[in-house]
Structure formats: structure tokens, C-alpha cells
Design a protein around this ligand. Structure first.
Ligand SMILES: C[S@@+](CC[C@H](N)C(=O)[O-])C[C@H]1O[C@@H](n2cnc3c(N)ncnc32)[C@H](O)[C@@H]1O
Length: 240
């Protein structure tokens, strides 16, 4: 799948149904909550979300923040996703700035942000190393970051987590929740199929040793790499 087609597919097909399909399944919600929860939002912080999509991670971050004086900037190539993200901040529009922007060329000053997050996006960019360099260019020294990278190993853990979630709902007699999750999963498989067929995850995979070398070349001293059990992405969390 060429990149322009993929970008159009995101904007016209995948992201408009994202919140009712991919983002409605339990492993996704858990992943976003865990990831956003690992980034502290301090008073006066400016946070950049790269490949923000429909804004779920920044919404989670804002909801759970103890501080109220922070600013969030969301960038994505998909205008429709960003509009949806903006609508989630209805009434709190001053907290969020949304910008249609390519992650390879972030139009920000060096060391502008206190924190950067980039979740489930490296799978789809043309050059994940170039995007990582851009993220570290705009991140302040001592700033926090969380970035996920695809391993290319597929997401076999995802099916198991979805099965357990549906079974759990059935055991508790929550037939509607179980049915809704099954429908969302089916929808997610259908809309994800063209992206999976393009084999993008394997193509864009970065082995852990390459990520470690990349962090070292960027003089990132504090970082951990863990593997998400469902998506089997590598989650890199640290401080610049
Ligand atoms: C799977 S979605 C993830 C959205 C969100 N981070 C989440 O986890 O819910 C991937 C997002 O990356 C965006 N994207 C892909 N390539 C991009 C690029 N080069 N620059 C900015 N955004 C990009 C897509 O438009 C899409 O919104």
C-alpha cells in the first residue's frame, strides 16, 4: 500500500469509524489508560501528542491530570481525526491545539515540549527513526516521553485479551457489553485488514536492540522498554 493511499485510508475510512471499532475494545482502552497514565502531567506542562488520532490518549491524560494549567498539542495527518479529537474537548477548547502535520517534519522549536507521546503511530510512518529524531528535537532536556514501536510479531495477545474480556462480560451476565465488544472486534478486523495486508507492521518493525542504540545515540539516559502483552508493541518510556 503506498503511503498516500494509506494516509487517505486513515482519513476517509479507518479513523472515522475508529472510536466505534478499534477504540471500543477492552485491550485498546486498557492500553491507552496504562500508557497515558505513565506520563505525569505537571503544572505548566506542554505536551505534544504525535499521531494523536481521535485524541483518546490526550483525553485520558487531561481527565486524570491533577494540574489544570497545562497545554496539549495534537498533531496528525488526518484532518477528520483531529476534528473528532477537538470535539472531545468541547468546553475545554483552550487546553488543546490541534494541527494537521506530518510527524517527519514537526513545525515546532527545538526543546519546546515538556512531554511527548506517540502511540500506535510508528507502525504507519514512512521512517520511524526520522520521526523519533524529530520527537527528541522538540522535547526539552529532562522531558518525559512515551513512544510505541511495532515488533512485527503480530498481535496474537490481542485475540486472547478480547476473548477474555467477552467471556468475562458473559459470566457477569452483561450480554449487551459482550455483544457490543464482539461487533466492535469484527468491525476493527474489517477496517484493519487493508492495513494488515500492506504488511506495514513487519515492514516498520524496529528490533529492541535498534531502539536501544537509537536512545543511546540520542543520549537518553533514563528509559525502559517493555512489551505490551496484547499489541506486542515495544513501549519505550523515559526521560530525555
Ligand atoms: C492507529 S492510529 C493511532 C491513533 C492514536 N495514537 C491512538 O492510539 O488511538 C495512527 C495515526 O497515525 C497517523 N499518522 C500516520 N502517519 C502519520 C504521519 N506521517 N504524521 C502524522 N500522523 C500520522 C494516522 O493518521 C492515524 O491517526
Amino acid at each position: 500500500m503506498d503511503c498516500r493511499f494509506q494516509d487517505k485510508y486513515f482519513d476517509l475510512v479507518y479513523m472515522p469509524v475508529y472510536d466505534r471499532t478499534v477504540a471500543s475494545i477492552a485491550p485498546y482502552r486498557r492500553f491507552i489508560e496504562d500508557s497515558a497514565g505513565r506520563l505525569a502531567l505537571r503544572s505548566g506542562s506542554s505536551v505534544l501528542s504525535v499521531g494523536a488520532g481521535t485524541g483518546n490518549e490526550i483525553l485520558h491524560l487531561a481527565k486524570h491530570a491533577t494540574a489544570t494549567d497545562f497545554s496539549l498539542v495534537a498533531v496528525d495527518l488526518s484532518r477528520r481525526s483531529l476534528r473528532r479529537a477537538q470535539s472531545k474537548f468541547y468546553g475545554h477548547g483552550d487546553l488543546l491545539e490541534i494541527l494537521e502535520m506530518d510527524a517527519h517534519r514537526l513545525a515546532f522549536r527545538d526543546h519546546q515540549f515538556d512531554a511527548v507521546m506517540c502511540l500506535h503511530t510508528m507502525d504507519f510512518v514512512q521512517d520511524s527513526v526520522a520521526v523519533t529524531l524529530e520527537i527528541f528535537r522538540v522535547l526539552k532536556k529532562g522531558g518525559d516521553f512515551i513512544i510505541t514501536y511495532p515488533t512485527g510479531r503480530g498481535s496474537s495477545g490481542l485475540a486472547g485479551e478480547i476473548r477474555r474480556s467477552i467471556a468475562g462480560n458473559l459470566r457477569r451476565g452483561r450480554l449487551l457489553s459482550a455483544t457490543a465488544e464482539a461487533i466492535a472486534t469484527l468491525g476493527a478486523s474489517v477496517v484493519y485488514a487493508p492495513l494488515a495486508l500492506s504488511n506495514s507492521r513487519r515492514k516498520h518493525a524496529l528490533p529492541q536492540s535498534s531502539i536501544e542504540r537509537l536512545m543511546e545515540s540520542l543520549a537518553v539516559k533514563e528509559f525502559t522498554i517493555t512489551e505490551d502483552p496484547a499489541y506486542q508493541d515495544l513501549v519505550v518510556l523515559g526521560k530525555r
